[in-house]
Design a protein around this ligand. Sequence first.
Ligand SMILES: NC(=O)c1ccc[n+]([C@@H]2O[C@H](COP(=O)([O-])OP(=O)(O)OC[C@H]3O[C@@H](n4cnc5c(N)ncnc54)[C@H](O)[C@@H]3O)[C@@H](O)[C@H]2O)c1
Length: 357
Amino acid sequence: MSRKRLCMVGAGRVGRLHTRNLIERAGRRAEVAAIVDPSLDTAGKLAADYAVGAVYATLEEALAHGPYDGAVITTPTFTHRALAVAALDAGLHVHLEKPMAMNLDECAGITAALRRSDRILQLGFMRRFDRDFIEAAELLRGGTIGAPMIIKSLTHGPGLPPAWANDIRTSNGMLAEVNSHDLDTVNWFAGAEPVDIHVRVANFKGRERGVTTEHFYDTLLATVTFESGAIASIAGVCPADYGYDARVEVTCTGGMIQVGGTGPGGLASIVSGTSRRGEAVFGSWRDRFADAYTREMVEFLAAMDGEPVRVGAAEGTRAVALVLAGTMSMLERRTVALSELRAPGLTLSWQSGAAAA
Ligand SMILES: NC(=O)c1ccc[n+]([C@@H]2O[C@H](COP(=O)([O-])OP(=O)(O)OC[C@H]3O[C@@H](n4cnc5c(N)ncnc54)[C@H](O)[C@@H]3O)[C@@H](O)[C@H]2O)c1
């Protein structure tokens, strides 16, 4: 495997995490050759911390100083389409953070760029790279535990995300920013297409934290039904303050599976009777999924050399569809069928000026 030259696009929280993992934990298989961020100060600090030689304010400038094998895109959601399409059209492999994009038109634009390239696109659903989540998915597919009946998934994040992520106009809100991980997980574990979604939300801490953005919520409960008949619930709280909490329980016709705990532990199964629960509390998604984030970057490098892409545009698009239907459900206080997103002329009221879903 040749050493890959990468362009890190976005130097915020996730850009920093992936830069560190690529430089310190990927076995010298990658060189981060450039960092792009309109805040040159932010880019410069990250570059200085990891001895990256070049910083640019735009991807366009970075591309002019290439070549690179791949781009790792870690910018706000509303920038994903333009950046992913530019990188793919320039012949770069792309790791794109979740959520894939703001709406289905944007997902289709990225997918079209992927198809006209001979490159790969990996989506940043890091749970797909977590040992326990992978083991649970394999157990479910193996058939020994029967068919999934009910899936309960929760993600509680410790603190408020960046301001752009609190505004449904620029991020689709917490359902996208925090709980699209759960939306992807329940799709993955159900192994079936989603049919409809219902979302209820509440706001307990926004005002005291100075968030006055319209439609901000810090608490949500979603239910999703699948073509198989399976049903899923997703709970979200952010800020939860007590730590980072990501857990899933799947009840099947022949048993049940639990993945994750509030602290270091692992997968427990009633079939095996084992339960591994830690006593420490995970402080952040960086701690809970530390190994998964490293594996995600290592597999991105391997995929450039022809290894399979574990999670890509199809899964990203499916999660965005659930985010859109879920946000419609929240705003209109009703259950929304995924098929409604295909209605001709549909507009997403909260994405002002945005094209149809
Ligand atoms: N996989 C995960 O666990 C996880 C966790 C948190 C965030 N995310 C996702 O990662 C992405 C970034 O989130 P974050 O928390 O790091 O955000 P952030 O606000 O901390 O950082 C984003 C950075 O992107 C920069 N930026 C904005 N426009 C840009 C452009 N056109 N080109 C280059 N840089 C640009 C900003 O200046 C900022 O420094 C989002 O899609 C978010 O949903 C994923």
